[in-house]
Design a protein around this ligand. Structure first.
Ligand code: SF4
Ligand code: SF4
Length: 406
């Protein structure tokens, strides 16, 4: 997967000073020194966002120090199930992914696009100013790095560039964390999206918890990351520390709770528009849209206009929308996807097939959130498996009406 906008490319000219460390350098940082990293970022004006326990889940929120991280907590996940439980150690990043993804910051659920005020017989429009607050994302998993790269394609690399997204993206510093354990619904290995961060980060940490020691192996991914790493009280990584970090990630790769066979998946789905499995899944699907809300790559929005009662002031807001709502496909007198069958098929086929035609990549990174947070435990890996096990020939796959409703 491409990472078209790494920090080094996006950093303003002259913002990176000479550093003794190079991109790709590995250093050892004691666990107790993690706050020095946060201090170095705060000193440069970065707001810190990272994982924190809130209301029984690990979510992303503003943090001030390592004391705010979910020390000693992990998550247990299955279809329609999520719960926290204590670990046997005090790992700070010893969980998989929660209901939040970083899109809530880069592509917020609701954002004002412009406002208009009456001026006599006309009105004046004020566009929303881009947010230039420098922000550090702490604890970005490899699957979420891939998801950010996918949203970059949507918002930055097409015909239209979203200036509000662009500003937030340009001012983001990414501290990735390589996974040490996989969740019960994870399948990033199947999607080639993890569990080790390969690109798209400024710094990448691998947390190692041993009986007598807690430390991080830190990799610099950009010049700015290397500059900050050089300021931290670490040292060169020893061979056994590097091996321990590699073992940590390898064990996460072995623990994937789910698997998806992606061989010719685009063709498989294009040839099975009328597969009976769509009826089976539609009978369970509540069209609640949870899967699209938690998905780190889903990007669809609607716009809403609001006015005051006097007609003096109006605002246009962009809000997350979902292909699971009937209104989403309402065009000139009716919904194109009127049934839950058509809507589920649209979502899954977009993720795993048409996304390739549109953006040159899969729309799924295997984070497993849509499985965990589906109230009826519908599982995208299981749906693919069911179609793959009994595929229909293209000739036997009429698609109902011309829009695929049937
Ligand atoms: S698949 Fe699950 S989460 Fe998605 S709309 Fe259907 S019921 Fe809701
Ligand atoms: S479709 Fe599901 S598993 Fe894939 S990226 Fe979205 S939420 Fe994660």
């Amino acid at each position: 997967m491409n990472f078209p906008l790494n920090r080094a490319m996006m950093a303003p000219r002259g913002s990176v000073t000479e550093t003794a460390l190079k991109v790709g350098t590995l250093r050892m940082l004691e666990g107790a020194s993690l706050d020095r990293l946060f201090g170095a970022l705060s000193k440069r004006g970065y707001r810190l966002l990272g994982p924190a326990v809130r209301e029984g889940a690990i979510v992303f929120d503003e943090i001030n120090s390592a004391a705010d991280l979910p020390a000693g907590w992990t998550d247990e996940q299955e279809g329609g199930t999520y719960r926290l439980k204590k670990r046997s150690d005090d790992a700070l990043f010893g969980y998989a992914v929660g209901p939040h993804s970083w899109k809530k910051f880069l592509h917020p659920p609701a954002e004002r696009l412009w406002q208009a005020d009456r001026k006599g017989k006309t009105f004046e429009v004020t566009e929303e100013k881009p947010d230039t607050q420098k922000t550090a994302f702490i604890g970005v998993r490899s699957c979420d790095l891939h998801a950010i790269a996918i949203q970059d394609k949507v918002f930055l690399n097409g015909y239209y560039v979203d200036p509000l997204y662009k500003a937030r993206r340009e001012h983001a510093f990414i501290v990735a964390v390589n996974c040490g354990q996989a969740g019960g619904t994870c399948f990033c290995v199947s999607m080639g999206a993890g569990p080790k961060a390969a690109a798209g980060f400024d710094l990448a940490l691998t947390e190692v918890c041993e009986p007598e020691r807690h430390y991080f192996v830190v990799e610099a991914g950009t010049d700015l990351g290397a500059e900050i790493l050089a300021e931290l009280p670490g040292r060169e990584v020893e061979g056994r520390e590097k091996a321990a970090a590699e073992d940590t990630v390898a064990s996460a790769a072995q623990q994937m709770g789910r698997y998806m066979d992606t061989t010719n998946i685009k063709e498989l789905l294009y040839q099975n528009y009328a597969h009976p499995r769509w009826d089976t899944v539609a009978a369970r699907c509540l069209t609640c849209a949870n899967c699209t809300m938690v998905c780190p790559t889903c990007f669809c929005t609607t716009v809403e206009d609001v006015t005051d009662l006097q007609g003096e002031h109006a605002e246009r807001w962009q809000k997350w929308d979902s292909c699971f709502t009937k209104d989403f496909s309402y065009i000139h007198g009716g919904s194109i996807r009127a049934t839950s069958k058509a809507r589920y098929r649209q979502w899954m086929t977009h993720k795993l097939a048409t996304w390739f035609d549109q953006f040159g990549t899969s729309g799924c990174v295997g984070c497993g959130r849509c499985i965990t947070w589906c109230p009826v435990a519908i599982d995208i890996t299981e749906e693919v498996r069911a179609i793959r096990q009994a595929p229909q020939s293209p000739k036997s796959s009429p698609v109902g009406d011309k829009y695929g409703n049937s």
